[in-house]
Each structure stands twice: as structure tokens, then as C-alpha cells.
Design a protein around this ligand. Structure first.
Ligand code: UFG
Length: 299
């Protein structure tokens, strides 16, 4: 059995040691920073972790003859497409440094495949991952004020924040609020296993796949579903639109469904149920309430 070790992907010496210790057949590369707002404030940090880190990982993989990769990309590479469902062929025009780091890493992967056809690479473009492991032991615990909808709703439900601000209710959607493609984290995880299997089936070059449900859900629909499963009222404040937000963005998941023989199983209610199960068991995430009070961070 292998032990668990941790190394920063930017630490080439450390990665070399890991690859020298075991022969890896494939790598699933999740390592990276993911807060859009922070990427605007600290672009170099994002390029360093997400781009430079990926280059170092690919160099070490190549040096050790490990040329199968599943990479965590993002729907952020599409920017704000004019229409949905969004297929993998849509133009790649990210709006922020985070999305650009993902696009650059994708381009690097496409280039290395063109230079050496022994590589087999799957780029997974995640839509909006939410929920938690159904056990209630594993969930997201963002630092500071959450940027994303679901962690924010969760913190309102457990009483850590007074209300949720809806970023605009004047969109041309069914109830005026923004529409996204939320996918349960367990479905997302299973998408990775399916992608990994695909890599071992045959050489597939370097290809991108959306991981989503193919369904659009509004902010208000999320709030309603969360209230229903938790029995908690989520007080709402209607605020202005958030700059850079798309009106409607949901995936076409057809390519992954067809080629991976995978399909997202969970609906919005199950996503909210598991999010609430995690939240109610761990209202302060992985930290104790006292440490949260002291530094305002949840871990
Ligand atoms: N929203 C609110 N209030 C909040 C937070 C979000 O109304 O406090 C709304 C947003 O305006 C949007 C929806 O809820 O309509 C979802 O917003 P998120 O911030 O949860 O997710 P985004 O779709 O903006 O961003 C997500 C990921 C990014 C990724 C992007 C790709 O968080 O990392 O999808 O499309 F880049």
C-alpha cells in the first residue's frame, strides 16, 4: 500500500521524488487556485500556481514516461456564451485571470499532445459543483466570505450570515435571476473515474469534455430547494448584477455522457440535501466556532 504524501506541484524536486518512488500510470491534476475575484487581485499568484505548476507537473510526468492525464479545467474557459447549452466547440474567451489560467493550461496540453502523440489527455470543464459527500464528513469550507452561491446559502442557513444578496433579478430568465448548471460533487467525482477509464481504453489525443447536468437552474430555484430540505428561511436582499456574470450558462453534457457512459444522477434537491447535511453537522466547517470568531476565516 502507498503512503500519502503532500507536495506543492511547483516544487520540482519534491515532485521528482514522488515520481521516482512509484510508477504512476496516470495523473488526475486537481491542484490549483479557484477564486475568480482573487485571481483579478492577484493574477501572478494564479499564473504561478495554475500555469507554472502545471508545466512543472507535465515536465516531471514526461521525464518519468507517465503520459496520461485528467485535468481539472472549468466552464470559465467559455466566458459568457451568447447561448446555452454550451458545447465543447464554443469559443474559448475567458473573462478573468482564473479562466485564462485554465485556458492556457488546456492549450499547453493540446500543444504537448501535438508534439508527442503518446500523450492522452482529458480536459474536464466543470460547470457549478455543489453539494457534499452524502456522509456529511466531507464538504467545502471556503475561507472568509464565500464567493459562490451555495456556500453562501449554507452559511445563512446555519446563522453565520444574516441574508443572501441576489446579484440581479432583472435578467431575461424565468424569474429574473441568473441561471447555472449545478452538478453534485459526487457526480463530478464519478465523471473523473469515467474519464480515467476512457484514458485506458484507447488513445484519445487531447480532448475537452463538459461535466455538467445539461440543466439550467435559477438562483431563486436553488434558494427554494435549500429552504425546503433544510426547513430554514433564507432572508434575501436583491442587489445589483455582479460584474462579469453571465445571464444563462448551462452545459451540453452530451459528449461526456456518450463517450464516458457517465451521466449526472443527482438533482437540485439532492445537491441541497447533501449540502445541508454537511452544513448542519459542521456549521463552522473544519474549524471550531472559537477559531472562526478570532480570525473571521473558516479554516
Ligand atoms: N449569486 C448570487 N449571490 C451570491 C453568489 C452568487 O446571486 O452571493 C449568483 C450569481 O450571480 C450566479 C449564481 O449565483 O448567477 C452562481 O454564482 P457562483 O458564484 O456560485 O458561480 P459562477 O457561475 O459565477 O462561477 C462558477 C465557479 C467559477 C467558474 C464559473 C464558470 O465558481 O469558478 O462557474 O462558469 F469560473
Amino acid at each position: 500500500m502507498c503512503g500519502v504524501s503532500m507536495v506543492d506541484i511547483r516544487d520540482k524536486g519534491g515532485l521528482e521524488k514522488v515520481f521516482a518512488s512509484t510508477r504512476f500510470d496516470a495523473v488526475v491534476h486537481f491542484a490549483g487556485l479557484k477564486a475568480v475575484g482573487e485571481s483579478v487581485q492577484k493574477p501572478l499568484l494564479y499564473y504561478d500556481h495554475n500555469v507554472a505548476g502545471t508545466i512543472i507537473l507535465l515536465e516531471v510526468m514526461a521525464a518519468h514516461g507517465c503520459k496520461k492525464l485528467v485535468f481539472s479545467s472549468s466552464a470559465a474557459v467559455y466566458g459568457s456564451p451568447k447561448n446555452s447549452p454550451c458545447t465543447e466547440e464554443f469559443p474559448l474567451t475567458p473573462h478573468n485571470p482564473y479562466g485564462r489560467t485554465k485556458l492556457i493550461a488546456e492549450e499547453i496540453c493540446r500543444d504537448i499532445y501535438h508534439s508527442d502523440s503518446e500523450w492522452s489527455i482529458i480536459l474536464l470543464r466543470y460547470f457549478n459543483p455543489v453539494g457534499a459527500h452524502p456522509s456529511g464528513y466531507l464538504g467545502e469550507d471556503p475561507c472568509g466570505i464565500p464567493n459562490n452561491l451555495m456556500p453562501f446559502v449554507q452559511q445563512v442557513a446555519v446563522g453565520r450570515r444574516p441574508s443572501l444578496t441576489i446579484f440581479g433579478n432583472d435578467y431575461a430568465t424565468k424569474d429574473g435571476t441568473g441561471i447555472r448548471d449545478y452538478i453534485h460533487v459526487v457526480d463530478l467525482a464519478e465523471g473523473h473515474i469515467a474519464a480515467l477509464r476512457k484514458l485506458f481504453e484507447r488513445s484519445i489525443g487531447c480532448q475537452a469534455y463538459n461535466l455538467g447536468t445539461g440543466k439550467g437552474t435559477s438562483v431563486l430555484e436553488i434558494v427554494n430547494a435549500f429552504e425546503k430540505v433544510s426547513g430554514k428561511k433564507i432572508p434575501l436582499v436583491i442587489g445589483p448584477r455582479r460584474p462579469g456574470d453571465a445571464e444563462i450558462l448551462f452545459s451540453s453534457a452530451a459528449k461526456a455522457e456518450r463517450e464516458f457512459k457517465w451521466k449526472a444522477k443527482y438533482g437540485i434537491e439532492e445537491m441541497c440535501r447533501d449540502q445541508w447535511n454537511w452544513a448542519s453537522k459542521n456549521p463552522f466547517g473544519y474549524a471550531s466556532p472559537d477559531s472562526t470568531k478570532q480570525n473571521g476565516h473558516s479554516h
